[in-house]
Design a binder for this molecule. Structure first.
Ligand SMILES: [Zn+2]
Ligand SMILES: [Zn+2]
Length: 223
C-alpha cells in the first residue's frame, strides 16, 4: 500500500466504506449494458455493430458501452471530472470493461475524444485519455493522443436539445497527422455519451481522414 493510500484511504464512491472505490455491495448496483445497439438507428444489433443498411461513408462502425450512467458509475464519473479523483479511473475502467469484446483486440489503436485545450488546462487532465490509458493496459493497445484536436470551445452538451447538440459540436474537431489515420481501425474513447453526437462528429473527421473503421467505446451511456 502506498503512502498516499494511507493518508487518503480509498472509500467507496457510493457508501463511503474504506477499502475500494467500489465496495462489494455497491458494485452490485452497477448496471452494465446488456443489450447492444446500432449507433445510427439505436435498434438492437449484434455486438453493437452498425447495421449494414445504416452505414454511410462517414458513420461510426459500431458502439461499445460499459454501463448505464446511473448509481455508483454516475458518482464515480462525477468524482473523476469535477473532484479530480483521477486514480479512480483504473478501477472503474476495469470493472466496466471486465470482459472486453473480441473486436477490441482487432483495433490498431485507441483515440480519446479530446477536450479543448482551455478546458484541459482548467481540469488538468482529459478524462477520456485516462480511460484510454487504463483500457490500453487491459487489452494491450496503443493510445494515440495526437491525431484528433478539438478546435472549437463548445458549450457543454448537457442541457442542450438533440438538434442543438448537433450544431454545437459540428466541425468542433480536426484531424492532425492524417497519414497515421489512413486505413487504420480505431477505437474512439469517451467517458459519457447520450445522443452520441460528439462521438459521431469525431468519427466523421476520422473517416474523412480515411480511417478504415471507427468504433466508439464509452464508459457510460446516459439517457
Ligand atoms: Zn459501497
Ligand atoms: Zn441501425
Amino acid at each position: 500500500m502506498s503512502i498516499l493510500n494511507l493518508l487518503f484511504p480509498r472509500r467507496c464512491v457510493s457508501c463511503g466504506k474504506i477499502g475500494h472505490y467500489f465496495c462489494l455491495n455497491c458494485s452490485k448496483n452497477i448496471s452494465l449494458v446488456k443489450w447492444r445497439f446500432c449507433p445510427a438507428c439505436h435498434r438492437p444489433s449484434f455486438n453493437g455493430a452498425t447495421h449494414a443498411r445504416c452505414l454511410s461513408p462517414y458513420s461510426l462502425d459500431g458502439l461499445f458501452i460499459g454501463a448505464h450512467y446511473s448509481g455508483p458509475v454516475k458518482k464515480a464519473i462525477h468524482l473523476i471530472k469535477y473532484r479530480f479523483v483521477s486514480d479512480l479511473v483504473n478501477e472503474l475502467t476495469s470493472l466496466l470493461f471486465s470482459s472486453p469484446p473480441a473486436f477490441l483486440r482487432n483495433l490498431d489503436f485507441l483515440v480519446p475524444v479530446p477536450l479543448h485545450f482551455q478546458k484541459e488546462r482548467e481540469r488538468g487532465f482529459n478524462q477520456s485519455l485516462l480511460i484510454s490509458l487504463a483500457l490500453s493496459e487491459m487489452i494491450n493497445l496503443p493510445v494515440k493522443n495526437n491525431l484528433l484536436k478539438r478546435v472549437k470551445a463548445t458549450k457543454p452538451q448537457f442541457g442542450l436539445k438533440v438538434g442543438e447538440r448537433k450544431s454545437n459540436i459540428r466541425r468542433a474537431f480536426r484531424c492532425l497527422n492524417p497519414e497515421f489515420i489512413k486505413n487504420k481501425k480505431i477505437g474512439l474513447v469517451d467517458d459519457v455519451a447520450t445522443t452520441l453526437s460528439t462521438l459521431k462528429e469525431c468519427g466523421r473527421e476520422l473517416k474523412i481522414a480515411q480511417a478504415e473503421s471507427v468504433w466508439a467505446i464509452v464508459l457510460a451511456h446516459g439517457n
